[in-house]
Unconditional design. Structure first.
Length: 327
């Protein structure tokens, strides 16, 4: 009897010890008191604005200080290099657009100091927006059919502009040319404002940029947006037609912002940040301010975000390679 009782109590003690140990392994990681959102662009740009809008509700969700650190330069690549070597405790999170993580990865193939697929863990996709094809509102070009006809009738003047060479809008124009069976030459401007001035000054026939950049001039009646590079009308601007519905099929160019941490970051830390960001994307005040910029919340969890990034790298590669563009 004594032996049996001893065995029973020993087993009970082991079970209690195991129960006491297990929660220690399962408890959530305690993030640092201050979290820096790294932005690879100057203050005032769309990425910076979204990060600043995000900071307050994210701070509330996590119960931590959230600050913005701008590391502008080289189209965001300086910030990416900084984040690659940052602490892996969750104290540094890069907020970046797919213009950096997808397009520049392909444009600078093998020439970057980092590998977006190996040196970073995608935490969450945050928000998205469409690209727009615009002309001067005073132009006789009223729709896509008019534009295509004009381009065919004026081959020597057929061109379109974007805010930079080697950007998403540049390559979107190549996709449009192929889908619409038209030839036009790309003209690179040094930023979104010079591009708009180029359209309004009739220096180019049309311009391609984010809806974010063209919406204000569209609402003011200065730009006519012929169509969006999307399959369906955009909920935040339903009055603007798509290229798809006007017969230019298969063009779906979506810009987005995502959160990244260094690749060696503990999965539990990634999960906690992902959950917090997902909750923040439903914050009513944050969503309201985001929508005012014609940007919509488009949260994807870490696994789904990684799938999207991998898919985009594959889908954009042929267009960029065929373009022959060299930075």
């Amino acid at each position: 009897m004594y032996k049996t009782g001893t065995t029973f109590w020993m087993r009970w003690a082991i079970a209690i010890t195991t129960l006491n140990i297990t929660p220690a392994h399962a408890e959530e990681p305690n993030l640092p008191e201050t979290i820096k959102l790294i932005v690879g662009y100057p203050p005032g740009g769309s990425v910076d604005i979204v990060a600043r809008l995000l900071a307050q509700p994210l701070s509330k969700t996590l119960g931590k200080n959230v600050i913005i650190e701008n590391r502008p330069g080289a189209g965001g690549r300086i910030a990416a290099g900084t984040t690659k070597h940052a602490s892996t405790d969750g104290s540094v999170v890069m907020i970046a657009p797919n213009a950096l993580t997808t397009i520049q990865t392909l444009v600078y193939d093998g020439k970057l100091t980092y590998d977006i697929t190996k040196d970073f863990t995608p935490v969450s996709r945050l928000a998205s927006y469409p690209f727009a094809l615009s002309v001067n509102a005073k132009s006789d070009i009223k729709n896509v059919a008019d534009l295509n006809q004009w381009l065919q009738n004026h081959p020597e003047q057929s061109n379109y502009g974007s805010s930079s060479a080697g950007g998403m809008a540049h390559f979107s124009g190549l996709l449009y040319g192929k889908a619409a069976n038209v030839n036009w030459t790309h003209v690179a401007f040094n930023g979104g404002s010079p591009l708009i001035n180029g359209i309004l000054g009739d220096h180019i026939v049309a311009g391609i940029d984010t809806l974010i950049d063209h919406h204000e001039q569209f609402k003011a009646g200065n730009l006519r947006i012929l169509g969006l590079f999307s399959q369906q009308r955009y909920a935040l601007a339903p009055e603007i037609p798509t290229l798809e519905e006007q017969g230019v099929k298969g063009l779906n160019v979506e810009g987005w912002y995502g959160a990244y941490v260094p690749a060696a970051t503990d999965p539990a830390v990634v999960h906690k940040l992902d959950e917090a960001l997902g909750k923040t994307m439903t914050d009513a005040e944050f969503v309201k301010k985001l929508n005012q910029l014609v940007i919509q919340p488009a949260y994807l969890s870490s696994p789904d975000f990684k799938k999207l990034q991998d898919q985009e790298l594959k889908s954009w590669a042929p267009t960029i390679q065929e373009s022959g563009f060299k930075p």
